[in-house]
Write a protein of this length. Structure first.
Length: 532
C-alpha cells in the first residue's frame, strides 16, 4: 500500500501534466503485478467495492470520535478521506505495514455487507495515515488527484512507447489487473487481441478557431455543421452487443436504455446526444442533465426527456471500417445509413451552406436554434483521425455571454484549494429599484489566477457575515460588495433555482473591484437573454 499511497500523494501535489505522466509511468514500470494493474484500475475508475459505501466511513468515525469535533476537522481539512486518515485513532503509532494493494483489495472484495465494517476498520487500524488515505480514496471511488482515465492511458502509452489510440482501441476488451496489457507494454508478449464486439473507437477532435486561422483556409475546402450543445457520443452495435460511449470512452449505456434499444444496426456512429423529438424539438443542455450520470432512469424521465442522437459521422458501416475514407465519402454513406434508422432516435446533423467566412460568421453569431453553440468546420478530404490534428477540423463557438454579478457566498475548495475559499455563488438584483434584493444565479470555481484567488479569499474572510456549515455568507449590499464579471456559454430556464435560470459553464472572467455593487446587472437582463 505504501507505493500506491505515495503515488496518490505525489499526483495530488503535482500540477504539471507531464510530471503526472512520469509519476504514473514510473509506478507502472517499477511495481509488480497485480498491484500495478489494480492501481491502473483505481486511476481509471474501474475498481469498486459493492459492500463498502461512503456512509460506512462516517459511521465508523462516528464510533471513534466526537461528531462535532470531526465536523470542525472536516471543515478545516476540506477532504473526507484526508480527515479520517488523520484523526483515526492510533495515529503514527500504527504498526509497520506490509500489506500490498492486492491484499487490501482482496480483503475488501471478499467482505460481505455485514462484515465490511469490521474488515475496513481492521485495515485502517493496521495502516499508517498515508496508506489509510489511499484505502479510503479507493472505497469512496473518487481519487481526485487530477488524473483522468485518458491521462492514465497516456502514461501506459509512454511506458510502452506506443500510440495512446492503440490502447483506447482495445481498452474495453481488457479486465483488471491487466496482466496481458502490461506484458505487451513490457515487450514480453504480443498486443492483446480480443474478439470482443462493440468496442470504442478513439474520437477525432477539433481545434478552436484562432486569430488568423481562417485567412489561411479556402472556404471551398470545408463543410460547415452546427455545433449542438449536448454531449459527444459514439453508438456501436455489433452482433447482439449494443453500447453507448462518451467521447472519452466511458460506457454510458445504462443511463439511456431508450436509445440503446434503438441501436438496430451494424456499425458505429459518431454524434451528439440530445433530448427531445427530432427534428422539430431539441431540448436544452439543462434538459439533458435530467438523464446524465444516472444508474437507472424512470419511465417518466424517459418519457419527459427522450434521448436521441444527432449523427455527425460513420465510423463502421456493417463490417467495414470507414475511418480512412475522406469526409465527403463518409458523409454520403452516413446519409444513407441514418435514412434507415428510427427517426425518433436518430437524425442527421444538417450541413450549413455558406460562400465565405464573413457569411459564416454571421450565421455563427445568430444561429437558428438556442441549443446551437457554434459552428464546426470539417475539411472535405480528411479521413477520421483519432486525437486533435491541427487543420482538418475546427470549432468556431459563439461569443460567451457576460454579466456583472455580486459575490454572495463562498465555500472552501478541495485538494490544493482546501485552504482557500474558491467556490463562489453570485447573484443579480431583482425587485423594485427602491429596495432591490440579490438572488443567486450561478456558481463558479475557476476563471481566476492564483493571485486573484488569494485576493478573493482574503475578501471573503474579511467580509463574512454568517456561516452555514462550510459555507460563508459574504456582505453584499448596494454600497458594499465585490462585483464579479461572469462569462457563460448559455442560459436555460430552471424550476429548481429561485432565480428561474441556470447558467451553462459559468466562470469568472474579471474581478470588478472598481464597480459599485449597485451597478451590477438585474435579473431582467438574464430574462431578456432567455426571451431573445
Amino acid at each position: 500500500m505504501k507505493r500506491f499511497a505515495e503515488l496518490l500523494d505525489r499526483l495530488l501535489l503535482t500540477p504539471s501534466r507531464n510530471a503526472k505522466l512520469k509519476l504514473m509511468a514510473d509506478h507502472f514500470r517499477e511495481v509488480p503485478d497485480p498491484d500495478r494493474g489494480l492501481a491502473l484500475a483505481a486511476l481509471t475508475g474501474n475498481l469498486s467495492f459493492a459492500s463498502v459505501k461512503p456512509a460506512l466511513l462516517r459511521a465508523l468515525i462516528a464510533e471513534r470520535m466526537d461528531p462535532v469535533l470531526f465536523a470542525y476537522s472536516y471543515d478545516y481539512v476540506g477532504d473526507l478521506a484526508e480527515t479520517i486518515s488523520l484523526v483515526w485513532p492510533g495515529g503514527d503509532a500504527a504498526g509497520d505495514e506490509d500489506i500490498s494493494l492486492s491484499e487490501a483489495v482482496d480483503r475488501l472484495h471478499g467482505a460481505s455487507r455485514s462484515d465490511a465494517p469490521a474488515v475496513l476498520a481492521n485495515l485502517l487500524d493496521e495502516l499508517q495515515p498515508d496508506s489509510r488515505f489511499a484505502i479510503i480514496k479507493l472505497v469512496t471511488g473518487g481519487l481526485r488527484v487530477g488524473v483522468s482515465a485518458r491521462l492514465a492511458k497516456q502514461a501506459l502509452a509512454d511506458l510502452g512507447s506506443v500510440d495512446v489510440h492503440e490502447i483506447e482501441e482495445i481498452w474495453h476488451g481488457l479486465e483488471p489487473p491487466y496482466d496481458d496489457l502490461f506484458a505487451w507494454l513490457d515487450g514480453k508478449a504480443n498486443k492483446p487481441e480480443h474478439s470482443s464486439l462493440a468496442l470504442f473507437r478513439p474520437v477525432m477532435l477539433s481545434n478552436p478557431v484562432q486569430d488568423g486561422d481562417l485567412e489561411r483556409l479556402d472556404p471551398a475546402d470545408y463543410v460547415a455543421e452546427w455545433k449542438w450543445d449536448g454531449i459527444r457520443v459514439q453508438a456501436v452495435c455489433e452482433g447482439d452487443l449494443r453500447r453507448l460511449y462518451s467521447r472519452t470512452g466511458d460506457e454510458i449505456s445504462g443511463a439511456f436504455p431508450d436509445l440503446l434499444e434503438a441501436l438496430d444496426f451494424s456499425g458505429a456512429l459518431d454524434g451528439e446526444l440530445l433530448v427531445g423529438h427530432p427534428p422539430d424539438h431539441t431540448g436544452s443542455f439543462s434538459d439533458l442533465q435530467q438523464r446524465l450520470n444516472r444508474k437507472s432512469v424512470s419511465a417518466k424521465t424517459m418519457r419527459d426527456y427522450p434521448a436521441f442522437m444527432r449523427c455527425y459521422d460513420l465510423l463502421l458501416d456493417g463490417g467495414e471500417d470507414t475511418r480512412s475514407l475522406p469526409f465527403s465519402d463518409r458523409r454520403a454513406r452516413l446519409e444513407a445509413f441514418v435514412g434507415g434508422l428510427d427517426p425518433t432516435r436518430f437524425d442527421l446533423s444538417p450541413i450549413v451552406a455558406f460562400t465565405d467566412w464573413q457569411e459564416l460568421d454571421q450565421l455563427r453569431s445568430e444561429p437558428p436554434h438556442p441549443v446551437i453553440e457554434g459552428i464546426m468546420l470539417k475539411r472535405r478530404d480528411t479521413p477520421y483521425v483519432p486525437g486533435r490534428p491541427k487543420g482538418p477540423w475546427f470549432k468556431w463557438k459563439r461569443d460567451p455571454h457576460i454579466i456583472d454579478a455580486v459575490l454572495m457566498y463562498a465555500q472552501r475548495g478541495h485538494g490544493k484549494r482546501s485552504s482557500f475559499y474558491s467556490d463562489y455563488t453570485f447573484g443579480v438584483w431583482t425587485g423594485p429599484e427602491s429596495q432591490p434584493e440579490l438572488v443567486p444565479v450561478g456558481k463558479a470555481y475557476f476563471g481566476f489566477t492564483d493571485e486573484e484567488l488569494r485576493q478573493i479569499d482574503k475578501y471573503v474572510r474579511d467580509n463574512t457575515i454568517d456561516r452555514f456549515g462550510p459555507v460563508r455568507s459574504v456582505r453584499a449590499e448596494r454600497d458594499h460588495g465585490l462585483v464579479l464579471e461572469v462569462a457563460f456559454e448559455g442560459l436555460n430556464r430552471s424550476t429548481r433555482h429561485k432565480s428561474g435560470v441556470a447558467m451553462r459553464f459559468p466562470r469568472i472572467s474579471r474581478l470588478r473591484w472598481d464597480k459599485p455593487p449597485a451597478e451590477a446587472d438585474r435579473l431582467e437582463t438574464l430574462a431578456a437573454m432567455l426571451d431573445g
